[in-house]
Design a protein around this ligand. Structure first.
Ligand SMILES: CC(C)(COP(=O)(O)OP(=O)(O)OC[C@H]1O[C@@H](n2cnc3c(N)ncnc32)[C@H](O)[C@@H]1OP(=O)(O)O)[C@@H](O)C(=O)NCCC(=O)NCCS
Length: 185
């Protein structure tokens, strides 16, 4: 069973041990570091390296966790934060049934099953709260992310063309969603 409260000991597909747990306000710095590292790769995230100040992001994440209005799950290994999934909810009456997912795993912890588990945790949270839909945007060439989302039952909703500018390039955004009300997990 996927839990969104409390800590759970896990074993990665390659045998390494990690823990799935809710984020704590004190994770702000470690999470901002993780996001900065992944941005440095320059491929997967909308924000470019250096576009966000790490201390302000750390503060903002700490406040977000403290507010307890979003889901923040953390993957921890050997005392380090190695992964995160965030589900934010737009409080408007017309949109409060929708969670928006973002996810990030440290480079040396990818492809060992953590992302799939974190997405499952996000889906469990959406269901628990009686929400209907979990949505996200992904670059269409992020095949690994798309494979994880499709494995977890997400469907393709459409493409927003040339939605983001990255240096001199315009990149499309594939919109995907999972519906809690449909059959299956
Ligand atoms: C995308 C991401 C969240 C996935 O998490 P992860 O922990 O690496 O994913 P998992 O290990 O659970 O699953 C990865 C699956 O994708 C498969 N995969 C890897 N590369 C692939 C590719 N190019 N095409 C298709 N499938 C691929 C793996 O084989 C694996 O499937 P398997 O378990 O059946 O072998 C993670 O890699 C990540 O944070 N990447 C960088 C940031 C990012 O892209 N965030 C999402 C932005 S929308």
């Amino acid at each position: 069973m996927i839990k969104t409260r409390g800590s759970q000991a896990k074993t990665a597909n390659d045998g390494r041990r990690w823990t799935l747990r809710p984020g704590r306000p004190t994770d702000g710095r470690a999470l901002a570091r993780l996001f900065a590292d992944v941005r440095t790769e320059g491929r997967w995230l909308i924000t470019t390296p250096g576009a966000v100040s790490e201390p302000s992001e750390a503060f903002w994440i700490g406040e977000l966790i403290r507010a307890e209005e979003s889901l923040v799950l953390v993957a921890e290994a050997d005392g380090d934060v190695v992964g995160n999934v965030l589900v934010s909810v737009d409080r408007g009456r017309a949109t409060e049934h929708i969670g928006v997912l973002s996810i990030c795993i440290a480079a040396d912890w990818r492809d060992v099953g953590i992302g799939t588990e974190l997405v499952a945790g996000a889906q469990a949270w959406v269901r628990e709260r009686g929400m209907r839909k979990l949505s996200l945007g992904v670059f269409p060439d992020n095949e690994r992310a798309i494979a994880v989302y499709e494995r977890r039952g997400f469907v393709r909703e459409g493409t927003r063309r040339q939605q983001y500018r990255s240096n001199d390039e315009y990149r499309d955004e594939l919109l995907m969603a999972w519906f809690a009300t449909e059959e299956g997990e």
